[in-house]
Design a protein around this ligand. Sequence first.
Ligand code: BGC
Length: 521
Amino acid sequence: MPAVGGIGPANGKAYPGNLTPFVTITCIVAAMGGLIFGYDIGISGGVTSMDSFLKKFFPSVYDKQHADTSTNQYCKFDSQTLTMFTSSLYLAALLASLVASSVTRIFGRRLSMLVGGILFCIGAIINGFAEAVWMLIVGRMLLGFGIGFANQSVPLYLSEMAPYKYRGALNIGFQLSITIGILVANVLNYFFSKIKGGWGWRLSLGGAVVPALIITVGSLFLTDTPNSMIERGQLEGAKKKLIKIRGVENVDEEYDDLVAASEASKKVEHPWRNLLQAKYRPHLTMAILIPFFQQLTGINVIMFYAPVLFKTIGFGSDASLMSAVITGLVNVLATLVSIYGVDKWGRRFLFLEGGLQMLICQIAVAAFIGAKFGVDGEPGELPKWYAVVVVLFICIYVSGFAWSWGPLGWLVPSEIFPLEIRSAAQSINVSVNMIFTFLIAQVFLTMLCHLKFGLFLFFAFWVLVMSIFIYFFLPETKGVPIEEMAIVWKNHWYWGKYIPDDALPHVANGNLEMGYGVKSV
Ligand code: BGC
């Protein structure tokens, strides 16, 4: 387990408690909620490059691809119908996450996970047996609803459950599951696409029932978080739970702080409207900008379209699916690095290092593709070393994302909101994430066609902007208990002015602790 860095007893709160087997297992099970999201991200790109799938559901796309004799590689796959299939899910997820906000707050985090698992399961079955496009779309909408519920509740669950010193590592279990889901899906696509008779896509799409069952059954065994139990008035149960989770008898201090946070949260009747108050300005800004920036790294261009992209660069169809497997593997392994480092080196370091790494790689990929394909998209003969170098840079880029914006895009929003707005703000995080995932999925092929290699420079520009933003505006949150986060904002050079003194946890008893939070700049 990662060593604990940052704030110790001398300059902040240090609740007693261990990384108990109970909390570890609970968090592993909950984190598996990420599998459904990851499986879907990985499966869609591969399935839409299978000829048998296209012939059955999107014959015009298939015909166009095969009739296209132009050698302009940038525009070969530009089809709105096909991208609509991939991206429809994200609109459904967006809507579901808004509904999930109330379910998560009123009925607990666990119920949202259960609902998510069940909806996803039904969607997967419909897709596996699909005979017509409408079945595909209905199935994908159900998958989207499932993801909306899971992504809204799982990160909150993990951040509340974890002892604060290990919160980063345990929360990133969610992103690890996402990456494992993507990898497994890529590998399965590779093999299923080879099935004679061309029905392998049914296994790819139907296979989603497996991760769906894991989270559905898993959530039946999970217990709710003490924070959520207190929020729902189950005080006695919450205390017992906290003792069990932390593995120590003396949980009074943490318990009292949870109750205090819950009292404060009870005064808030309209979490959505409240989000507009000035004192939540930093939180609202992060709930919108972090997922927006995460998608503007361009990662899903690789995740959804790696096979198509690699085909464009000149790989055969088999080799391009294979390269998607390689990037998938890099994605998983690099996520482990952030599990190791996030509570040690902190969030800001990972954000900034990962950003720099992505920036360099995007410029390099743009230069390589630009040099060979030019503006007319006609590469001529491509040497093998060339493709290898491009894949190498894409892998370094993916690893940069996988230890920065990937996991932190879910971790940071789940740990910075006060309890009273946590569920609503997390829904905003998920919705913004989904809408930009949708937009990128929807416009990527058109953008490639028009911007050509400049597309990579477009994303490079955004990575630069987001890194500057993090440098100036995101305070470090490692090692700070979740219900104490107000102090971090109060200490920030810019956001401090928005946080009223009575929002601070200990001001009431004259015990204001200002030890948290490094002044960022
Ligand atoms: C993002 C996804 C992305 C995945 C890649 C997640 O954190 O939200 O959009 O596809 O990481 O690993």
